[in-house]
Design a protein around this ligand. Sequence first.
Ligand SMILES: Cc1cc2nc3c(=O)[nH]c(=O)nc-3n(C[C@H](O)[C@H](O)[C@H](O)COP(=O)(O)OP(=O)(O)OC[C@H]3O[C@@H](n4cnc5c(N)ncnc54)[C@H](O)[C@@H]3O)c2cc1C
Length: 462
Amino acid sequence: MDPLSGLEDVLPKGRIVTDADEVGRHGGGIFTYHAPRPPDAVVCPQSRDEVAEVLRFANGRGIPVVPFGEGSSLEAHTIPVRGGISLDLGRMDGIVEVRPDDFVARVQPGVTHERLNAELKEHGLLFPVDPGWDAALGGMAGTNASGTNAVRYGVMRDQVLDLEVVLADGTVMRTGGMAMKSSAGYHLTGLFVGSEGTLGVFTELTLRLYPIPEKVLAARAVFPGIEEAGRAAVAMIRSGMQIGRVELVDARTIEAVNAYKNTDYAVAPTLFLEFSGSEAGVEADVSVARAISEAEGSGGFEFEADEAARERLWEARHEAGLAITRLNPDKKPMTTDVCVPISDLPGALAHARETIAEHGFDGAILGHVGDGNYHAVFPVDVGDEGEMGRAEAVSGRIVRYALERGGTCTGEHGIGSGKIGYLEEEHGDSLPLMRGIKRLVDPNGIMNPGKIFAGEEWPASG
Ligand SMILES: Cc1cc2nc3c(=O)[nH]c(=O)nc-3n(C[C@H](O)[C@H](O)[C@H](O)COP(=O)(O)OP(=O)(O)OC[C@H]3O[C@@H](n4cnc5c(N)ncnc54)[C@H](O)[C@@H]3O)c2cc1C
């Protein structure tokens, strides 16, 4: 008997989507080299209670459930590797409340970060987390996402004050509140943020907001080499200045961006910078950053004078990953995501560049270097075993370099199924506790099985 029969009886009509393209979209990744696997059903709930109904149904039958936001995560997070239900939260896209005086917004999980920011503009407020895809806030909480603004404002985990969560058995609970801080019990919000759909489904998020700064100035600084650019980024952070954004893009990335966005940025290792704050503060920060850059051999700053040029610059940075994939349209991008202690950054960048070249890849390096997080992107032919083996070797060497220095295998993308082995290397000692928490919260193992842990010991098998 079909294990999903009877699902249509617990939901209003129209919630189960059977369109082949949609089913395909829920079984693959936008930007991933991982093998696709379609779900047995795509379900689009429209309320918290409908989410709870689906989970009760699935939990009783041991059917896997994979929460789905925009599907832009990079390590096979939303691929239902053991079949079951892809639970698409996209129809739950209401901005429930904006409280400008409290710097707080309550949103449903399907709202994207760009949409929230468009709404916040009229209040003079912003939500800072900006991955390079217009991802959904539920999915961003799922991976503890960050982006170009993290150096100034922090990551997703720093912005979520409260989550409404539906657990695997349909229980609904809240993890926090509206207060800017709390010492009340265990930090469950921090536990659920970054849980990659393996502990429960977020049906509402309370998020922290910030005032839009009085003055914002963007600039580009070109360097003779990637290490010099990395050293300049580290020195800027060390100077104590309030840098808004500091993003590194290597010459190959600039080449890709120029081709994709029709820009004419100089083809050389470059820092994209943003200074923000008061008029006087920005002026002071710019002169410190300029002196640091010149000491590392930069010829000076190219300022993006108006808002349109500034937006073009950040759009180019956000789409750099896509631009790189366009250079090799027949291949899929493999992306490393290590984060190292900031003083190790220049060495890590040099090591990554040498490793990629040694293995003969047409790779690019870019990253949110203000917090020690960078990506090496190299296109791979997934059908070529030899090439895949070499790519895994490059990725492994870059990760181990970071781990040996106290860094992490993933600064922002998460584990999914792609980095399970690296998680074991990084956190072998605390994995038993993580597994224990998973077993306690989701004893039948229905929530996104096969992610974060291999999880063979759990019963849900689809
Ligand atoms: C071009 C490109 C650039 C990117 N740049 C960045 C970047 O700069 N920084 C960065 O951090 N990431 C980046 N990413 C990765 C991706 O955008 C992030 O991982 C993002 O957080 C995923 O959001 P999503 O809405 O697409 O979530 P999905 O991919 O749909 O889901 C992500 C995870 O969260 C879970 N999940 C989804 N919704 C919920 C929910 N309501 N409740 C519980 N769990 C849920 C899913 O099961 C999954 O495990 C980039 C991706 C692309 C394609």
